[in-house]
Design a protein around this ligand. Sequence first.
Ligand code: NDP
Ligand code: MG
Length: 378
Amino acid sequence: MLGATGSIGRQTLDIIRQHPERYHATILSAGSRVDELINLAREHRPRLAVIAREELYPKLHDALAPLGIETAAGPTALAACVEADDVDMVLTATVGYSGLEPTVRAIAVGKDIALANKETLVVAGTLINRLLKTSSSKIYPVDSEHSAIAQCLRGEDLASVSRLLITASGGPFRTWPAEKIAKATPYDALKHPKWHMGAKITIDSATMLNKAFEIIEAHHLFGIAPERIEAVVHPQSIVHSMVEFADGAVKAQLGVPDMHLPISYALGENLRMADVAKPLRLEDYAMLTFERPDTARFPCLALAHHCLQVGGTAACTVNAANEIAVAAFLDERINFGDIYNIIERTLATTSFVAAPGYDDYVAINAEARRRAQGFIGI
Ligand code: NDP
Ligand code: MG
């Protein structure tokens, strides 16, 4: 489990806790919250616990060695641990670019992936698909929209798909005028109306870059052409996404907004476990509404089709610039409206590789971060 202490990580451990006969977390890892990782390891008794921040290693080791739990630290150990023989499936639930290397290594040795870290596919979806062609690995999407689409596509022929309709809650600023959005504070942006998630994806939902990322993610996961993938704003977050077929039929997956459901479906490799989420009572919802997204107020959304059209390392650059800009926004160094401006300026100035290999993504990610930091003045 990459990112055991996060929102997705903890909800995954809820499912593992409920089904010890089926699941065991053999490796737990985190970025820097070492006390939380120690507590989770005490409860779940993995074989190995890994912390990304190396200076926290002594604390992790001293707490877990007496329990016979192995420990390791650093990004290299984190990426290498996915290759262990006792790992059947890797949950990628870290944030941002950090998901790429462990995912590439897991695919190289044929591990299945429960993929929450959408940034991996945004940055390097073409490379990941190329690697999957010569691997026995399968990717099971954790993202609720992609889980919904996978469920709608079961038993269907991909050639008969006419559109993927990815639903979006619209985030906290759905009804705000542009001038007010530009000056929104971190406090405003962290109040997501429907989902309780980590800080970075919550800000991405407020800019709607999260939805742009999900369009890119859907393209790479399902192989559907970009012009057939659209976002639809659905504030109630009950319809998790839809697929339209050639005959005009539209299939949707509905459920209460609860990530336990898509996580469980991915962990079980499309298995329907009992009692995962509260049953949906449609009579409790007076209305389910749908609107066109507004790219004038949410310009980040338009980056999806731009990146897919341009291809190469464009989305890698957008992701890197966004990671820097979101962190700066949360530190109150820049305004909410600057997030898009920094992405746009970084995209316009960073080198572009049309047919990138792994090392090109590493280089472009580093260059884009430097340029974005330069624009912010850090
Ligand atoms: P959180 O911020 O809640 O958790 C992130 C986890 O990753 C934490 O365990 C954190 O460790 C760890 N981590 C962060 N940076 C690093 C790093 N550089 N190296 C190693 N570990 C690191 O995020 P979420 O759980 O919300 O999101 C995880 C991923 O899932 C994201 O890609 C997000 O887009 C995706 N996702 C999330 C959804 C949700 O509902 N939350 C829904 C759909 C997708 P520490 O605790 O020590 O900081
Ligand atoms: Mg989602």
